[in-house]
Structures are given as structure tokens and as C-alpha cells.
Design a protein around this ligand. Structure first.
Ligand code: ATP
Length: 331
């Protein structure tokens, strides 16, 4: 496993800048999640590290060595794509063995069998080892694709939304498994997702991408608690951060245009009056949709609340964020 460094990477397709001067370090043994909406350059970043694309400028180092000019195989990366890519004519076992059969690795038969069995068990596909890859459900195929990466110990694993095609239960299970495997084995992983729950629960570091630039890089907790901008603040947190005109409450600092309130920044039962629009019971969380001076506010409340639509609730901000007219954080 190795540290991966991107140094001032830029990449355009036609006239369109996909990445604009991106510098990023994926520390040895870390799980770095690239987070951002569609089209910000997440997949392009992975493809550049893998050697499937080449930067217009900048350099990529894996284990301290520039990989310029090296083929994907020479870079020793294992990539899992959003869409499974299996050999359909082979069985699950043969698909999982395939990466170990590379002439470079020369894996002994016994070790290969053990690795395949271990990975199949972790990914809950051991009972399907002798099935043809085509005789699997979509979720099973995706687990085999993840397994094909995990049987190896490359310098870095690159994963592009590997769990997005799985159902919610399996996604939640594999999220925990992948994190456990990574933490136990000390693997280095660069992981792309839209899913903020994956980012919050799996990442050692989060890189928030905004139109081909790194908007913020830090631990998930740091990005959540200390966002540098409205954009970064909006990437994490469910329900999403509430954004209102800064002067809607007294006490906004000079230059503030927007106040950002996460649910925990809204004290209920004190302050100014709002009215309940809806109480949304999600099982593990009860959300309170409020109307405050013509603005919507969403927060969480006691699961046993007796509040009903039309009721009045007092609210006041506590430790809120303030942003300037450009969306940059002030305090
Ligand atoms: N091969 C390509 N040819 C032309 N444009 C491309 C190519 N690959 C990416 N792009 C463009 O580069 C930008 C970044 O794309 P990229 O796929 O990296 O985004 P992303 O953040 O991974 O999005 P998604 O979550 O939808 O996969 C987009 O504007 C995309 O249209």
C-alpha cells in the first residue's frame, strides 16, 4: 500500500475543464472519499490515477514515484467501477482468481483458493462461487467486481461508487465491511461517492470537489463541523443545512449574507415563533418542517413529539454559521 499524491493536476476534455489545478494527498492507509454532485470531476480523478486518462499538466506520484508514462498495470492499482465489469463466460470463482493469475504475481494455488474463499465470504457470495457470472443478480455481480479488487493487495484501491447499484440493506452492510477491511488491512483507498452517509461513515478524509477544484479537504467531522463555504456545508448533513438570509435573526456579523443552520443549531422552545408545517417520522429520526418568516426550516425533534401541523414552536439559532455574498464562511 502506498501514499498517492496529485500535484497541480489539470485536465480538459475539448474546451471543458474537468479538473483545474487539483492537489491532493491520499495518505498511506487512509480512505479518502471524493464527494460532490455529478460532473465535478470525481471519476476523472480516479481515471487519472489509474492511468486510463492522462493529465494535461501536473504529476501523480504513487509510493513516491511519478507514474507518468506508466500503464495501468504498471501502476499497481485495483479499480472498481460503478458498473460491474466481469468476464461473463467465467464462473464467480474464476472471475475472482483472475487478478491473482497475473504472471507478475505468481500466486500459489493454495493461497489463491484461500484468498478467493475469504473474499467471497466477506462479500457473501461464497455460495455462488461455481455459478457463471451471468447467472447472478446485479447486486451479486457488483459484489464479485468488488471482490476482484479485494483479492489483490495493490498500491491503492480506486472505487467509483461501488455500492450505488446495491439495495439499501446490502449497501449498509458492505459499507461497514469495506471500512473494516480497509481499517484492518491498512489499505489505501480513493473512493468516489455522491452518498454522504458513505462519506461520513467510511472516510478518514473527505475531499469536496466543486467544478474541478478541491473546495475542502479534511476529516469528515471537520468538514461537517467546520465547512469553509455554503457549498462544502451543503455536501454533508441530513437533513441538509438550512440557508436563510443572515438578518432573519438578530446578531448577524458585518458582511454576512446567509446564515447556515444545521438541525443542531436550532434551539427549540426559545426565541422567535415559527409554525409547524409537517412532522416527518422516519423511524430513526423525526424531522420537523417549520415555517419561519416565510422561510422553510427543517430540523429534527423528539421522536415522541406531540407537535402537529399548525402548532407554534419558538426557535433560536445557536452556534450557527455565517457566509458572505460569495458563499465563503465568515464565522
Ligand atoms: N471522456 C470524456 N470526454 C468528454 N468529456 C468528459 C469525459 N470524461 C469526463 N468528461 C467531462 O468532465 C467533467 C467531469 O466528469 P466526471 O465524470 O469526472 O464527473 P463526476 O464528478 O465523476 O460525475 P458523475 O458523478 O456523474 O460520475 C464533466 O463535465 C464531464 O462531462
Amino acid at each position: 500500500m502506498a501514499e498517492v499524491i496529485l500535484r497541480s493536476i489539470s485536465k480538459s476534455f475539448g474546451g471543458q475543464k474537468a479538473l483545474d489545478d487539483v492537489s491532493l494527498t491520499v495518505p498511506h492507509g487512509s480512505l479518502v472519499v471524493l464527494l460532490g454532485p455529478t460532473g465535478v470531476g470525481k471519476t476523472t480523478t480516479l481515471r487519472l490515477v489509474a492511468g486510463l486518462e492522462h493529465p494535461d499538466s501536473g504529476d501523480i506520484l504513487i509510493g513516491g514515484r511519478s507514474v507518468r508514462g506508466l500503464t495501468p498495470a504498471q501502476r499497481d492499482v485495483a479499480m472498481v467501477f460503478q458498473q460491474y465489469s466481469l468476464y461473463p463466460h467465467l464462473t464467480v470463482r474464476q472471475n475472482l482468481e483472475f487478478p491473482l493469475k497475473s504472471p507478475l504475481l505468481k500466486t500459489p494455488r493454495e493461497e489463491m483458493e484461500r484468498k478467493v474463499q475469504d473474499v467471497a465470504e466477506v462479500l457473501r457470495i461464497a455460495h455462488k462461487l461455481d455459478n457463471k457470472a451471468t447467472a447472478l443478480s446485479g447486486g451479486e455481480m457488483q459484489r464479485v467486481s468488488i471482490g476482484r479488487a479485494l483479492v489483490r493487495r495493490p498500491a491503492i484501491y480506486l472505487m467509483d461508487e461501488p455500492l450505488s447499484s446495491l439495495d439499501a440493506k446490502l449497501r449498509a452492510e458492505l459499507r461497514v465491511e469495506l471500512k473494516r477491511i480497509q481499517a484492518q488491512s491498512g489499505a489505501t483507498l480513493l473512493y468516489v461517492t455522491h452518498d454522504q452517509v458513505e462519506a461520513m461513515t467510511m472516510a478518514t478524509h473527505v475531499g469536496v470537489l466543486d467544478h474541478g477544484r478541491i473546495a475542502q479537504f479534511g476529516s469528515p467531522r471537520d468538514v461537517y463541523e467546520n465547512p469553509v463555504s455554503i457549498y462544502a456545508a451543503s455536501r454533508l448533513g441530513e437533513p441538509r443545512i438550512n440557508l436563510l438570509p443572515a438578518d432573519i435573526f438578530a446578531g448577524a456579523p458585518a458582511g454576512a449574507r446567509t446564515i447556515g443552520l444545521r438541525p443542531e443549531h436550532i434551539v427549540q422552545g426559545e426565541g422567535e415563533e415559527s409554525s409547524v408545517v409537517r412532522v416527518e417520522r422516519l423511524g430513526d429520526q423525526t424531522r420537523l418542517h417549520l415555517s419561519f418568516k416565510q422561510h422553510d426550516l427543517v430540523t429534527v425533534t423528539d421522536p415522541h413529539t406531540s407537535l402537529r401541523p399548525g402548532d407554534a414552536v419558538k426557535v433560536r439559532p445557536q452556534d450557527a454559521y455565517y457566509f458572505d455574498a460569495d458563499g465563503a464562511r465568515l464565522v
